[in-house]
Write a protein that binds this ligand. Sequence first.
Ligand code: ATP
Length: 256
Amino acid sequence: MSDLLVIENLVSGYRDAVVINGLSLSLEAGQALALLGRNGTGKTTLIDSIMGLTRHVSGRISFNGEDITRFAPERRAAAGIGWVPQERNIFRSLTVEENLTAVQRGSAWTVERVYAMFPRLGERKRNLGNQLSGGEQQMLAVARALMLDPKLLLLDEPLEGLAPIIVDELLAAIARLIREEKLTVILVEQKARKILPVTDRAVILDRGAIVHAATSAELLADEAAMAAHLSVAERPARPRRSTNPVPPDATGHNAP
Ligand SMILES: Nc1ncnc2c1ncn2[C@@H]1O[C@H](COP(=O)(O)OP(=O)(O)OP(=O)(O)O)[C@@H](O)[C@H]1O
């Protein structure tokens, strides 16, 4: 398989601040990469740099055989890079269906195909964006990105702040995009153990550089690397009795 994305010695950041420090990374078409690391290690800055939203200092980014280093964000999107930022970019005053058709490129991804991937969106197709739960908004944000028929999908902490039941539903859809649709994906997440089962490879960032790279299966089995580079909260969950008799809010909002 050929590399869809190649990043060579990238240095980038914001105004005077250099955040990404000479990072190199390549991703084959059809691969899914987990982009991991503690808070503030540069994950979002790397995603934003791939999208052309940061200050470029030096280095090179190639996508689908083309040097896109100097491309504006819209040109990168047109070249096939789909982006779902942490802020869930959806039109809140449009219905679910209008959100989808507003961005459709007459591509492989139709509204019906999106509803087959996210049945919950089909059920809510006449609801406005601002009437959706957090989890539904996140599904809609991913679905909108799909309507642009991306070759590479960048997902920046899509699971953050969602109730466990919605996390599992969204993760199952992302897993289908990776395994069945063979979409190339970079998935940013704090909870490594949640996403490593659905990705092929993983890199861990610290201070804007890759400090560990492995297959996802290797990293999942590597307690020492997890402990060294990821948060303490990333220890395997032990079964324990619930102290809270109220189940989490199944709408996707955090339980109080
Ligand atoms: N707009 C900005 N201007 C200047 N510095 C920024 C800006 N955004 C982020 N930074 C800095 O860049 C560094 C990396 O932040 P970044 O958001 O990329 O980390 P992250 O790994 O995605 O963290 P998190 O998991 O908390 O989102 C941090 O030190 C942060 O303070």
